[in-house]
Design a protein around this ligand. Structure first.
Ligand code: PAF
Length: 280
């Protein structure tokens, strides 16, 4: 596996691949790779000839007081994991190379980015959209693979790609979970062992709510209230628990048939997000 640390060197590599007619896939990550990330890389390998996995803990998507400094950085372990699954190229740019000292431009996917997590993390999705746009431009990848645990992030990136006519195919991959249902996340490392058991309740609550809807309950406000109460009783502090139309992420109406339930909740030091999406 090649490890490339500068934008200039990456451009040189992608130029060679492109000249040889290779299809290129990008898997953007912030590192601390777990099985969920490796599943993204495996999916990318099925979609393209050459796979670039990027590791960049992007400062612009963290707000003041958030965990940018504490975010787990495990570069050597990440490199070993990627080498085992034969990832072609690991791109690890520096903050200086990515942003310089005087960046002027930001991508803002206005309305979509202000909902749900956007209400609690102002500016977060602007940071995500901007860095993802930069990674698309730097790599000129034909396709990019993202995890659907970050359902709203995927929707924001899709809107950006559609709105700006970016020539890239987006692929979303289902969430990988622990046996108890807890979605794999780098931030699970903030949980104590006892909290890891409690954390599984997040997915259980999503599934219970989904099952109630499938069984015919359309009182979405009451279902959301009940879910927040159940989570609170178990020790979570919910930022939100929203039953939404999965196409536009607006509050679901009783007649909507494509739904997603989005949740963000704090447990101990961790802020966890998860979702379930389904059709009626
Ligand atoms: O999902 C993530 O890990 C990040 O938000 C991403 C897409 C790599 C952008 O920094």
């Amino acid at each position: 596996m090649q490890i490339i640390q500068t934008i200039a060197d990456l451009r040189q590599q992608t130029k060679t691949w492109r000249a040889a007619g290779k299809r290129i896939a990008l898997v953007p990550t912030m590192g601390n790779l777990h099985e969920g990330h490796l599943q993204l890389v495996r999916t990318a390998q099925q979609q393209a000839d050459c796979v670039i996995t990027s590791i960049f803990v992007n400062p612009t998507q963290f707000g003041v007081g958030e965990d940018f400094a504490a975010y787990p950085r495990t570069e050597l372990q990440d490199q070993a994991k990627l080498a085992i699954i034969r990832n072609d190229c690991l791109f690890m740019p520096s903050v200086e190379d990515m942003y310089g000292t005087n960046a002027h431009t930001q991508i803002s996917v206005s309305h979509l980015a202000s909902l749900h997590c956007g209400q609690f993390r102002p500016g977060h999705f602007d940071g995500v959209a901007t860095v993802v746009c930069k990674l698309f431009n730097i790599t000129q990848a034909d396709c990019a693979v993202f995890g659907l645990k970050d359902f709203q992030q995927f929707a924001v990136i899709k809107a950006m790609v559609d709105d700006l006519n970016m020539p890239i195919d987006l692929i979303g991959v289902d969430t990988v979970r622990e046996d108890n249902g807890l979605a794999l996340s780098s931030r699970n490392s903030y949980l104590r062992d006892t909290e890891k058991q409690t954390a599984a309740l997040l997915y259980q609550t999503l599934c219970q709510t989904r099952d109630a809807i499938i069984a015919g309950n359309r009182d979405y406000a009451a279902l959301e209230k009940q879910a927040v109460a159940n989570l609170s009783q178990a020790g979570f502090q919910s930022d939100y628990f929203h039953i939404c139309n999965s196409h536009n992420l607006q509050a679901a109406k009783p007649e909507d048939t494509a739904l997603v339930i989005l949740v963000a909740a704090r447990l101990g030091r961790a802020r966890l997000i998860d979702n379930v999406y389904f059709s009626l």
